[in-house]
Design a protein around this ligand. Structure first.
Ligand SMILES: CC(C)(COP(=O)(O)OP(=O)(O)OC[C@H]1O[C@@H](n2cnc3c(N)ncnc32)[C@H](O)[C@@H]1OP(=O)(O)O)[C@@H](O)C(=O)NCCC(=O)NCCS
Length: 160
């Protein structure tokens, strides 16, 4: 068993640039899996603005995993979302991003990031959590299933 050499904490303004860097890797990884997932022009700047707004929002949570040396090796975004007004439950937890640096995978980092979001969802009274994952993303499929997730909705796509 490897020593736990990182800590998970709430993200702060000073983390934004490093989170944008990790997000860049996150999108590259997805683009390699499916070329339809592509960054928009000025995406770094747009993502930095988005992260700053999430840091200010009380319905969103941004968490980071930091090494003892102060380097960020992972991040995750969670939200408390309204469900369709006619469906139970009223609100649910959504995990929109989770990413761990390639050099630190299988060390429990994503598990620790998700566990933080899970606690936050529970404290807010949420009773379920959802997320999207590419069918072909075998790493994430294995990770989410290890966290107890099962198939729910298939999201389809076609060009127009
Ligand atoms: C998916 C991802 C976040 C997992 O991060 P991680 O820190 O390596 O995951 P953990 O170490 O916490 O893994 C916990 C458990 O999940 C399962 N798991 C994780 N990665 C796995 C893999 N590549 N193959 C098989 N099982 C895996 C295992 O059961 C693992 O426990 P174990 O190591 O004791 O066997 C990481 O691979 C990643 O960043 N991938 C690229 C981005 C991505 O796909 N994000 C998710 C989009 S939905």
């Amino acid at each position: 068993v490897k020593a736990v050499a990182y800590a998970v904490r709430t993200a702060e303004e000073r983390d934004v640039d490093a989170i944008v860097g990790l997000w860049h890797e996150f999108v590259n990884f997805h683009h390699e899996l499916d070329g339809r997932l592509r960054r928009r022009r000025a995406s770094r700047k747009r993502f930095a603005t988005l992260v700053r707004s999430l840091l200010e929002s009380d319905r969103d949570r941004v968490v980071v995993a930091e090494t003892a040396e102060g380097r960020l090796i992972g991040y995750a975004l969670g939200s408390d979302r309204d469900n369709a007004p006619v469906l139970e439950p009223e609100r649910f937890g959504l995990v929109s991003d989770i990413y761990v640096d390639e050099g630190h995978r299988r060390e429990g980092v994503a598990g620790a990031l998700f566990s933080d979001l899970e606690n936050w969802f529970r404290v807010r009274g949420l009773t379920s959590v959802e997320l999207g994952v590419l069918h072909v993303n075998t790493l994430a499929q294995a990770f989410w299933r290890a966290q107890g997730f099962t198939d729910f909705v298939d999201r389809l796509r076609r060009d127009l």
